[in-house]
Write a protein of this length. Sequence first.
Length: 290
Amino acid sequence: MLLGSIEAGGTKFVCAIAKENYDIIDQIVIPTTTPSETLGKVIKYFKQFNIDALGVASFGPIEIREDHPKYGYITSTPKEGWKNIDIVGNLRTHFRVPISWTTDVNGSAYGEYVKLQEKEGHTSSLVYYTIGTGVGGGAIFNGEFLGLLGHPEMGHTIVRRHEKDKTFDGCCPFHKNCLEGLASGTSFEKRLGIKGENVEDTHEIYQQVAYYIAQAALQSTLLIRPEKIIFGGSVISENLLAKVRIILKEMLNNYIELPPLEEYITTPTIENNGSATLGNFALAKQKMQQ
């Protein structure tokens, strides 16, 4: 059995092939250009292999309702040229195999869920945030994704302004005071003129960003009560999460009991940004078995 994975990102598509046990046997990175060029290269890559199922995790927003006319589409994305692109439909014209379809961050969440089940055997719920160029979040409960009318948009929840961040306009074109508008890597560049990954983690801006991320952790904790919250993406570092834990503890003010925060708020278990790839393999296998 061969499983395929597509992690469809705004800057690159990461495509991989694995055996049934998820061991990767081949992988390629394709730059995200136009839909026709990018998908053409993706299809050409997978045609080299006799895959049995394919898992796709994409940047969004996307349509995940299988009974919707636009199921499998990237919908109202700000990514130029990619609005209303039928990803799953394009793939189905070339590959007569089961295809799973979800968001990039849901794919990462599922990969972490699979790995933690394998490693610890008891983690059945988690929330996963990616904080990079944009911000997204996904949640898993007992192997199921949160969200029926659509996937969660955790990056666009409104957060309270830091007292030293009152004048910044935010970088989200839809919501000025949302998590993405104030804590994404794009917000660093808009504030400082420097890309987020190039800002030293000792810079004072991280205290403000930690304040916003801690609010996201607080919201997920109080609304969902997961066993673990995982933060990935180019903005995240252990130094930043140390600040987040301190602020979260202050915000909670001993209201509820949580596991030790070093275990509750963590970076991904899977190294080298491989969470979504593993998640895609597992979801593809699950789709094939349904």
